[in-house]
Design a protein around this ligand. Structure first.
Ligand code: ZN
Length: 354
């Protein structure tokens, strides 16, 4: 079957008609209509977005102690898909992704980062790939090449303990870049965030206590900021309710900085993206809303959970020859953010999901 899809394409705001040709979009009806190639109109009007994207999600293991489980992975990816999330990046998993991931016609596309290389004292014991600091560059390359090009490094852990030293982090980032990979860094301390930026990492995950003075460098070298606000907002509530302590003050100051840096990063020209880092899966629309509330303009906040993230992961928007992945809305999601997580129509790899 050939599907016909008409609507106003975002972010361009141009009305277009597409036809599907297998798993690809065409701007002209494909030739060879006939038996089995009838044209069916599946979207006729409204707004078209090239699928939602969650760049920080960990499908497959809800709690580290439960372990990684392929049935859970499938269930989590289905939850993403049913909310219109058609592409995810998984910044670290307990086990490398199984071979079927990213090839199943009914499941979102997956860009994975292998296991978490974790140096002593950093990360949940036994959950990452535990190693000495001098082994970090080699392990980062192994994980990136065994996954789809990404490696996620645990750059720091406890709030009052040192981060991975800058020379070690730089060696790891350089080594992964040398094989064509990209590096995401978990950072929750000022030193960890600074070392992630100075090492030339491709993304800061959380970026707590990030010195806003580093935003210009991030913009210049193309380091993205992925604050995962929704996950941290929940923790902020817990911290506010606790007794005063140095740790509590540091945590809440870090949280306020994360929120303030969203607008500052946007103004500096840094790519800000939506990652949930939480369960249930399929809630990236809520993270987009968090970014909007933190000062990202409405269109940018939707782009952070869609076209901007998709481009950042190497996939085109809605154009001739692009993958036939899209979500359609009756109302403009940049003007009505409440509709973002409930698309009227979901098309993935040329098939109607809903
Ligand atoms: Zn995470």
């Amino acid at each position: 079957m050939i599907m016909r899809i008409r609507g106003v394409v975002l972010p361009e705001r141009v009305e277009r008609t597409f036809w599907t040709d297998g798993e690809v979009l065409r701007t002209e009806p494909p030739a060879g209509r006939g038996a089995g190639r009838e044209v069916e109109t599946v979207v006729d009007g409204g707004w078209l977005v090239p699928g939602l994207v969650d760049v920080h999600t960990h499908p497959g293991a809800e709690e580290p102690e439960h372990g990684f489980d392929e049935a859970a992975l499938r269930r989590h990816l289905e939850a993403h898909r049913d909310a219109g999330v058609l592409l995810v990046r998984t910044p670290g998993t307990m086990r490398r992704m199984p071979g079927w991931v990213d090839t199943e016609p009914g499941l979102p596309r997956v860009r994975s980062a292998g296991r978490w290389p974790a140096t002593p004292g950093r990360f949940f014991p036994g959950v990452g790939r535990d190693l000495r600091e001098d082994r970090l560059p080699g392990a980062a390359v192994e994980e990136a090449t065994a996954a789809s090009g990404w490696c996620k490094i645990i750059g720091d852990w406890r709030w009052d303990e040192p981060a991975v030293p800058l020379d070690v982090m730089t060696a790891a980032v350089d080594a992964v870049h040398a094989v064509g990979g990209r590096v995401a860094v978990h950072c929750q301390t000022a030193e960890g965030s600074r070392n992630a930026v100075l090492s030339g990492a491709d993304s800061l995950e959380h970026g707590m206590h990030l010195d806003p003075g580093l935003l210009e460098l991030m913009a210049r070298q193309g380091t993205a900021y992925i604050p995962t606000l929704g996950a941290f907002a929940e923790s902020a509530e817990v911290w506010r309710g606790r007794e005063r302590s140095a740790k509590r003050s540091a945590w809440l100051a870090g949280w306020e900085g994360m929120v303030a840096n969203v607008r500052a990063a946007y103004e500096a020209g840094v790519t800000v993206l939506a990652g949930t880092d939480t369960f249930p899966c399929g809630t990236v629309a809520a993270e987009s809303r968090q970014l909007f509330d933190a000062g990202l303009p409405a269109g940018e906040a939707v782009g952070a959970a869609s076209w901007t993230a998709r481009k950042w992961l190497g996939l085109p928007g809605l154009a001739d020859g692009a993958p036939a992945d899209l979500v359609a809305y009756d109302r403009d999601p940049t003007a009505h953010p409440e509709v973002l997580g409930r698309p009227a129509r979901i098309v993935l790899r040329g098939r109607v999901v809903r």
